[in-house]
Design a protein around this ligand. Structure first.
Ligand SMILES: [Zn+2]
Ligand SMILES: [Zn+2]
Length: 127
């Protein structure tokens, strides 16, 4: 399972930037701090190293959607992995059916979340 892409993979920001730490986004009130990690709770905006900064494009909605989809993907993957690793030895037929059902549901969630992430990445790169 590949790691979810970082926003800098999408935005083409500087991965070695010391302001945004390669995330491509900084705090709106403190442009030398990583977005959403600043205690002031300010909104995020593109870092100066991010091509979006020059374009002046606000893509906060996409950023939030991306974060949410990535989180969903992570959760679904964890659930899926836990079920996959479960030992089936000694399980009754009914327990096996139940496990199989949860396995399919988790896999379905994972695929859907993967698609959602891919769609947002696609929208970003198409800009
Ligand atoms: Zn930066
Ligand atoms: Zn701040």
């Amino acid at each position: 399972m590949a790691r979810p892409p970082r926003i800098s993979d999408i935005d083409d920001a500087n991965k070695d930037c010391i302001k945004c730490l390669g995330q491509g986004w900084v705090c709106e009130n403190h442009p030398d701090r990583v977005a959403h990690e600043c205690p002031c709770g300010g909104a995020g905006m593109p870092c100066t190293c991010n091509p979006l900064f020059e374009k002046g494009i606000q893509m906060l909605t996409s950023r939030q959607q991306f974060d949410e989809a990535s989180k969903r993907l992570e959760e679904a993957t964890t659930r899926y992995n836990n079920i996959s690793m479960q030992n089936t030895v000694g399980l009754s037929a009914e327990e096996r059916r139940d496990l199989d059902w949860r396995y399919r549901l988790a896999r379905k969630d994972q695929i859907e979340a993967e698609r959602a992430v891919a769609e947002i990445v696609h929208e970003h790169t198409a800009v």
